[in-house]
Structures are given as C-alpha cells and as structure tokens.
Write a protein that binds this ligand. Structure first.
Ligand code: ACO
Length: 431
C-alpha cells in the first residue's frame, strides 16, 4: 500500500504493518487501526479518548484550535443569531434547514407529543421532594420506555423518528414536572400556542391561579442557551448515548444514560458549579485566594467554567454567550447582585493571569450560561437540566445517525491489564 497510509513498526520484534489514513472533509485525519490487533497483536492505549475517533459523523464539526463550531456545516454564530432551537434541532436531526412547510410540520409534531402519560406523573410524585432534578430526569426519561411500547423497534425508521420526536417534545414537560414536584407546585400542562422555549417557561413558572407573563428577554436568552448547547460532537454524554445504544438498547434508556453522564461537574454540571463557586467566593476581596488555590498543584480546586478539553484557543459559544450575558445584565433592571460583579472580576483576573494564559484556560460556555440562568431566576439545581434539555437534539441526532451506520458495532473498548497475572485460590482460613 502506498500513499495514504502509515507504517507502524513494533521495534521489539521488527513486525510492521501498514494502516490506511482516513481523511475527513475538514479537520484531523484518522489512522484506521481496526486491524491493529489482527496484524500486530497490539491495542491502542488512549484513556479519555484524546486521540481516538470513535465514529464517522456528518453532524457537528469542531476545530478546538481555531475556535470553530458548526452544525451540519453552518457556523454556530449564524445559527445563534438567525435561527432558533427548534429549527436547529431539525437541522441536526435531518441534515438540512427545513423549508417553511417542513418546519411547520415538525413543530406541529413536537407540539403534538408534549404531554406525558398521567402514569408518568405518578412516577414523578414518588420521588422525595428534595430529590435533585437531574436524579429525577435520569429515572423519568429512562421510564419513558415503559410507557411508549409502540416505538421501541430500533430497526424501524418510523419508530426511531417517533421516539426522537417524543424525546424532544417531552423533555421540557418532564423537566418542568420535576421542578414543580420538588417545590410542591401543581403540574402545568403545555400550551400549543406557545413556542418550544415559551412553553418551557410557562410550564415551569405559571400558576393555575394567575397568568404568567412570559418575558421576551428570558425567551431570547433561553433560545440562545439552548441552541448553543444543542450538540457538541462526541463529548462524554453523547459518547455515552452512542455506547449504550451500540448494544441495541432503546433510545429512552440511552438518553437517560446520556443525562447521567452529563450530570458530572466536569461536563454539564459545570454551569451549576459556576454559581456555587461564585456563591462560595462571596466577596471580591477573596478572589486572589481562590485564584491561588486553582493554581496550586497540591490543591484539587479548579475554577469552574474555565477550560475545555477541545477548545484550547477559545470556546466560540462562550464568545457569543458572553455578549448576550452582558446585554442581559444591562437590560435587566435591578440586577446588581454582588455575584455578577464577582463573575466579571474573576473573568478579568483569570484572562490576565499567566497560569491561565499558558494553559489556554478561557471561560467556557458554562461560565456564562450559569450567569444567564441565575439572572433569569432559574433555580440552581435546574441548570444542568436546562443543558440536558438542549442537548437532547444532539443526542437523538447522533443516535439516529448511528442506527444507520453500517460500520458501527457494539462498543467494546479493550484494556491494558495491570493486575495480578495468575494466582491460586486460598481458602478463607488460610488467608
Ligand atoms: N482551573 C484551574 N486549572 C485548570 C482548570 C481549571 N478550571 N482546568 C484545567 N486546569 C489546568 C490543569 O490543572 C492542568 O494543569 P497542568 O498542566 O499544570 O497539570 C491543565 O490546566 C490542563 O488540564 P486538564 O485537566 O489536562 O485538561 P482537560 O482537557 O483534561 O480538562 C476540563 C478539561 C475537564 C473542562 C477542565 O478544564 C475542568 O475541569 N474545567 C472546570 C470544569 C468545567 O468548567 N467544565 C465544563 C466543560 S465545558 C462543557 O462541558 C460544556
């Protein structure tokens, strides 16, 4: 084989083999190592998958060095400014921006599926009232598979589409129900005259006794948060969705697995962790101490909302949302909480500090989304739920893509075994 390949030689025994280099449309090429074990008896070792492409995908493109994010080829900046979450979801799911008729039909279908089975409400009522809403989301979304048996055949494209629409449609309803349960509030049903985001705000914050006025400022800010979080190629939660579904598990169970993965503070839990950090800092005079702790090798402390595995230049979503965050704080009268002042100072200090500059630790999207959600009075424990709702579009798109990918097999990583090689069992009395 000549040209588009690499030769790997095992210097221990001189064995060598050639492997094809697969070229993407844009971005890094990949060495096709699928035959590495059969040809050379070797595995690759890559904890955290820092150099491993786990699939081919047409959906989202990221260039971390250049700070580029595109959904289906469209720059995130254009989508953030000109599109909306539901249209972006269609784009992610079906590969093209919808025509007016396609969008109308899609929106109608999503609205048609927003209500959940009343039995699911009883399931939610079984949770203790101080349950974290993410804990509830993991359980409730997984439980959807016990209510919607008519769409569980993953080999049937119509079933897959129906499940995808149901998931996108029901996530805000479930999220709002979880929130209301935790606060002892009566459930509020969705309204078909409202947009996707307006409906979420309505279901979360309405009271049966009083009309809730949906703020256009809040709607606009939430649209932005949602579209910026809609997909991010093979991140931890998306990879979890793909890995779970590689075994043939149903989509509701797989999205529940994705929600569980998203919950961690190194991933979707970061927006909540940002506000907890700002609350803990409490006083701008304390900022130098916290910065020093973040820089101390012997201290596990990290500044939440700073750094990113992929974006080592800047996070393009952060650039967009930073402006929206500043506009929102300017626009909202009476928002002069010390926390927002601390956030601004922290951002400034970290951006000027050598430690953060050298390591390319910039504020990420969650630094600003956390601040926006706080300014909108979103309860803190719902922050990661907001992320989960938004990422649902990406999860179901990546899942749908995987379902028709002939090259996908059950996900089954190998390991570098470091345990005891072999020993004989010893009876309990002799140990
Ligand atoms: N505060 C202080 N130091 C940091 C931070 C931080 N937030 N993030 C990374 N570093 C330091 C590390 O200590 C390390 O320093 P060293 O080279 O001297 O050892 C260096 O920067 C590289 O860090 P890694 O952990 O190797 O970077 P990685 O790419 O594995 O981690 C991550 C990325 C998990 C996002 C990390 O930056 C982090 O924990 N950030 C805070 C949590 C956060 O905001 N997560 C949200 C991610 S965005 C999202 O999910 C949408």
């Amino acid at each position: 084989m000549a040209g588009n390949n690499v030769t790997i030689t095992d210097n221990r025994n001189g064995n060598s083999a050639e492997f094809e280099i697969l070229d993407p449309v844009v971005g890094n090429s990949s060495i096709d190592v699928r035959q590495l074990t059969s040809k050379l008896g070797l595995f690759t070792y890559d904890p955290g998958f820092q150099a491993t492409a786990s699939c081919k995908s047409d959906i989202t493109y990221i260039d971390g060095d250049e700070g580029i994010l595109r959904y289906r080829g469209y720059p995130i900046e254009q989508l953030a400014n000109q599109s909306n979450y539901l249209e972006g979801s269609y784009l992610l799911m079906y590969g093209e921006l919808p025509t007016a008729e396609q969008f109308q039909a899609f929106e109608a279908s999503i609205k048609n599926h927003t209500i959940v089975h009343e039995g699911l409400m009883q399931f939610i009522n079984g949770f203790h009232n101080d349950a974290h809403p993410m804990a509830m989301m993991v359980g409730v979304v997984g439980a959807l598979s016990s209510f919607y048996h008519d769409s569980l055949d993953i080999n049937n494209p119509a079933h897959r589409d129906l499940s995808a629409h149901r998931l996108l449609a029901k996530m805000p309803t479930i999220a709002a129900l979880c929130y209301r349960h935790g606060n002892g509030l009566p459930p509020i049903y969705p309204r078909n005259d409202l947009s996707y985001i307006e409906n979420l705000l309505h279901m979360m914050f309405s009271f049966p006794s009083e009309e809730y006025k949906i703020s256009p400022i809040a709607t606009r800010a939430m649209e932005l948060v949602f579209i910026l979080h809609a997909d991010h190629e093979q991140n931890a939660s998306t990879s979890t969705v793909r890995l779970s579904s590689s075994s043939g598990a149903n989509p509701y169970a797989c999205i529940a697995a994705g929600i569980a993965s998203l919950w961690g503070p190194a991933h979707g839990g970061a927006n909540e962790a940002v506000i907890r950090m700002l609350e803990e800092i409490n006083d701008p005079a304390e900022l130098p101490n916290y910065i020093a702790r973040a820089k101390d090798k012997d201290d596990q402390y990290r500044l939440m909302g700073f750094g990113h595995r992929i974006y080592k230049n800047y996070d393009p979503r952060a650039t967009i949302i930073r402006k929206a965050c500043n506009d929102l704080l300017d626009e909202m009268e009476g928002i002069n909480q010390p926390m927002f002042e601390i956030a601004k100072q922290l951002e400034r200090i970290a951006l000027e500090d050598e430690y953060f500059i050298e390591r390319n630790l910039y504020p990420n999207v969650d630094f600003y989304s956390g601040i926006i959600l706080k300014a909108l009075d979103m309860p803190l424990n719902m922050f990661t739920v907001v992320f989960a709702m938004a990422r649902t579009a990406g999860w179901i798109s990546q899942w749908s893509e995987m379902m028709v990918d002939d090259e996908q097999r059950i996900g089954r990583p190998r390991q570098l075994y470091t345990g005891v090689e072999l020993r004989d069992y010893v009876g309990v009395g002799e140990r």
